[in-house]
Design a protein around this ligand. Structure first.
Ligand code: DX5
Ligand code: ZN
Length: 249
């Protein structure tokens, strides 16, 4: 069956004495991607995993890596991670000074052969990503303040997803009406612009997931809900089922 919603367990909630096994465990439990939270102690008040983990997890190749960079200097540090060709790499809009820097980050990621995602903090208006939307394969909407797992979902995050979906649909309608715009964009990007996936990260359980998937989320990141469960396979299966049922087509 075609799965509309992907499940990406965040290994920030795993037992750090056992990270290799955690990757195997989530794969066996049915995860689509492994979400890797990289924090630098500056962009967020926490230090977690970095380049050595991405290097070794990438070498093992257990699951596609969904690397979430919560770092101050993405343009400087991106190449360190990109050397290991993660599947998806998210950079934060708050860590980029302007649209030119955002475009440069997306270009670096694409040139390395990875998919590019832009992450948006809860207090950042979603409109900030609109000028560079065509650069990104995914938009990561934070539904908690970044830095720690185990926080509660921030009410209204689903409204942000809904606003983004509405904007994407209106832009696509306009572009379809003007094939010249499509051609110009494709020439600029060096690829045909596509509709970005929407990922939601933080405080996800079957209830909060239903809200964001109804609004149009395609990828659900979940740390504590999955790793605290007695039966990880069951939780991932429940998240997938509720997500698919709720997803706005
Ligand atoms: C927070 C991280 C999240 C976090 C999710 O900064 O980006 O990925 O680990 O954990 P839960 O699902 O427990 O909120
Ligand atoms: Zn994350």
């Amino acid at each position: 069956m075609f799965q509309k919603v992907k499940i990406a367990p965040s290994i920030l909630s795993a037992d750090f004495n056992n990270l290799g096994n955690a990757l195997q465990d989530i794969k066996q439990a049915g995860a689509d991607w492994a979400h890797v939270d990289v924090m630098d102690g500056h962009f967020v008040p926490n230090l977690t995993l970095g380049v050595p983990f991405v290097a070794s997890a990438s070498k093992r190749g257990v699951l596609p890596l969904d690397v979430h960079l919560m770092i101050d200097n993405p343009l400087v540090e991106l190449p360190w991670f990109l050397a290991y060709k993660p599947h998806m790499v998210s950079v934060h809009i708050e860590a980029l000074q302007n649209a030119a820097e955002a475009q440069k980050a997306a270009q670096l990621i694409h040139d390395a052969g990875s998919l590019a995602s832009i992450a948006v903090n809860p207090e950042t208006p979603i409109e900030q990503i609109y000028p560079t939307l065509d650069c990104w394969d995914m938009v990561l909407v934070m539904s908690v303040h970044p830095g720690f797992s185990g926080q509660s979902y921030i009410d209204g995050s689903d409204k942000k997803v809904a606003a983004l979906v509405k904007h994407i649909n209106s832009v696509r309608c306009e572009q379809r009406a003007s094939s010249q715009t499509q051609t110009n964009k494709a020439a600029f990007l060096g690829r045909t612009p596509s509709t970005p996936l929407i990922e939601v990260d933080g405080g996800m359980n079957t209830e909060t997931e239903a809200l964001v998937c109804t609004a149009g989320a395609d990828v659900i990141v979940s740390g504590s809900t999955i790793f605290k469960a007695n039966n990880m396979t069951q939780v991932i299966s429940d998240l997938r089922q509720i997500g698919n049922q709720s997803h706005a087509d």
